[in-house]
Structures are given as structure tokens and as C-alpha cells.
Design a protein. Structure first.
Lengths: 65, 262
């Protein structure tokens, strides 16, 4: 299926958000997620099914002012 | 000592973590500044680069409390989602709330800011809103539950100092019991000292240190200026006057003739 991952088109076989994060190598990484503009807690990623054209954000800590 | 949402701090300088020439320089600057609170952000993570993971390891070494921001958000919805991601990511309910109205001035969208602050305080966030010196916006932010206000001195990164001192004085006078932190637009230690002399509780800055020729030395300079400004405020500054007033005693001045000799 085609999704929008961090603003770019991306093809994935993952069926939920947790699988997607794992497939990207983020299993133990310090990340946070959002789907279609709304926050999805780490504990909810398994329950969050991916659907065609879903807009996924995966973020991590960064420098800030 | 000053208190923000029940936590007490000795340093009144909050330092940003962006734009330093190197991670090592950032670390040394934070140490030199004595800052106990550092601001951070969250950004898209690349599976290949894993940039954020390395940065987090550095931040953990600093031992400072982190204040995540919602920089770059242009709507309340974006800011709320970003704040929630930040809470999980950084393990803090503190959020430096930014809702940006205009990319040239980076001025806060006060309407979106109040909307986001209201929603976030209801969800248990402790909101530190990046706002302007506007009194009506400040009143609304306090009304929706903000216990700290962070008015700008000047546009972010502009280094222009306190461009609307009258309004900042009014804000200070109007909210005597609310911690007020000058956030953004500070360019020189003298700007920071001036804000502190006016009775502001703290100063948040980033670019003025990170982009200095020697960021570590500049961090020290700001730390001292902020401490000096605070001491001056606590000491009670004298009022300016229009005319001169001699400081040396006038009585007994040599060559001053009280009587004529003849």
C-alpha cells in the first residue's frame, strides 16, 4: 500500500503503525508518531491499522530554540 | 530562586540548543551558562540517519530539564498534536507553545495560541506560551490556565532587544505574580540585563549565544548579565531625572566665595 511517510510517498506491507515503525528500524528508537494530523501514543500503534494514503509522521528529538 | 509550575530554579537563563557549531560546543555553552532548562524540538526522523537518537544522547548528558517547543506549527491543531508527541517523547508535560502567524516575522498567532493553550491545559499540559507583549492576549492565556507567560522582545533571531519597552513594562506591572520570561529577539547581554532590571523573571535565548564568535564565552556573558540585572531589580533602581544633580558634596567646595574679601 502507498502511504505518505513524513511527507513523502512510501510503499509498505505493514498492516499497522507498530509494524511500520519496526520495519523502519525504529523498534528501540526514541520516536513519537501521528496519523493524519493526530497524535498516536506508542501504546496505540499496534491497534492503529494503516490504510491507503494514510499520512504518517514519525519524529524524534532535535535541537530547538 | 524562581518557580515555574512548582519547580524551582537558581539560574534565570533558559538556553536553546540549536545552531551551535558542534555538539561539543553546545554542551560547553550549556555548562558555561549555568542554564537549568534547555529548549528542544522534535523533527521528522530518518531511518537511515537516526539524527534524533544521537542528539537525545547528548541532551541526557547535560542534566538540564528539557522544555520542548512546537516551533514551526502554524495552526492550533498542529501545535496540539506536536505537544502531545513531545510529551511522550520527552516525558514532560511542559510545552513551549508556539503557533506561528507569519514566516517573515515569526510572530505568534495569538488566536491560535489561545485556542491551543486552552486545549492543552485541559489535557494536563503545563503551557509556557510564546506570545507578544499584547495585554489582552496575555489575559486570555492566563484565563485558560497558563501560569507562565513568555512575551517576545523582538522577532526570533533578530537580535534587536526590547523593541516595545513600554508594553513590556505594562505587562510586568499587570501580572505581578505571574512568572514572565522574555523569549526571543535578544541579541546582547545588555538586552537581557535590561529585561531583568525591569523585573522580568527570566530570559530565554538561543541565537545570540549559538551564533556568537565564541558561544561558550557568550554563554558566560549572558549568565552574568542576567544575574546582574536581577540583582539590580532586587536592589531598587533610582529614577532617572531631567537635570544634573551633583554626587560630590557641594558644601566646602574650594574657591567658592561665601563673602567678598573687601
Amino acid at each position: 500500500m502507498q502511504i505518505l511517510l513524513n511527507g513523502k510517498r512510501f510503499a509498505t506491507e505493514a498492516i499497522n503503525l507498530d509494524e511500520l515503525c519496526e520495519s523502519l528500524g525504529f523498534a528501540d528508537a526514541k520516536i513519537a508518531t501521528a496519523v493524519n494530523g493526530s497524535f498516536v501514543a506508542a501504546s496505540e500503534r499496534k491497534k492503529t491499522a494503516l490504510i491507503e494514503a494514510a499520512e504518517i509522521e514519525i519524529v524524534a528529538p532535535r535541537q530547538g530554540g | 530562586m524562581f518557580t515555574l509550575y512548582g519547580a524551582t530554579f537558581t539560574s534565570r537563563l533558559l538556553l536553546g540548543t540549536a545552531q551551535y557549531p558542534s555538539p561539543e560546543c553546545l554542551k560547553q555553552a550549556v555548562e558555561a551558562s549555568g542554564a537549568e532548562i534547555v529548549t528542544v524540538s522534535l523533527r521528522r526522523e530518518s531511518a537511515r540517519a537516526l539524527t534524533g537518537q544521537g542528539f537525545w544522547a547528548l541532551i541526557e548528558q547535560l542534566g538540564a530539564r528539557v522544555l520542548p517547543n512546537t516551533a514551526g506549527c502554524h495552526t492550533a491543531k498542529e501545535a496540539i498534536a506536536t505537544a502531545k508527541m513531545a510529551r511522550e517523547l520527552f516525558g514532560t508535560s511542559w510545552i513551549k507553545l508556539e503557533v506561528i502567524a507569519n514566516d517573515d516575522t515569526l510572530q505568534p498567532d495569538l488566536f491560535g495560541l489561545v485556542e491551543a493553550a486552552s486545549a492543552l491545559t485541559k489535557e494536563g499540559f503545563e503551557v509556557l506560551p510564546y506570545t507578544t507583549e499584547d495585554l489582552s492576549a496575555a489575559e486570555r492565556l492566563v484565563a485558560v490556565g497558563c501560569k507562565v507567560l513568555m512575551p517576545w522582545a523582538a522577532p526570533i533571531g533578530s537580535a534587536r532587544g526590547l523593541i516595545n519597552k513600554d508594553a513590556l513594562k505594562t505587562l510586568r506591572a499587570y501580572f505581578p505574580g505571574t512568572p514572565l520570561i522574555i523569549d526571543a529577539g535578544i541579541g546582547a547581554p545588555s538586552h537581557a540585563a535590561e529585561a531583568m532590571e525591569m523585573g522580568y523573571d527570566a530570559v530565554l535565548l538561543n541565537t545570540a549565544v549559538a551564533k556568537a564568535g565564541d558561544p561558550v564565552k557568550m554563554a558566560q556573558a549572558f549568565a552574568r548579565a542576567i544575574e546582574a540585572g536581577r540583582l539590580a531589580f532586587e536592589s531598587g533602581l533610582i529614577e532617572p531625572r531631567d537635570m544634573a544633580c551633583p554626587s560630590t558634596p557641594v558644601a566646602g567646595t574650594p574657591f567658592f566665595k561665601i563673602d567678598n574679601a573687601s
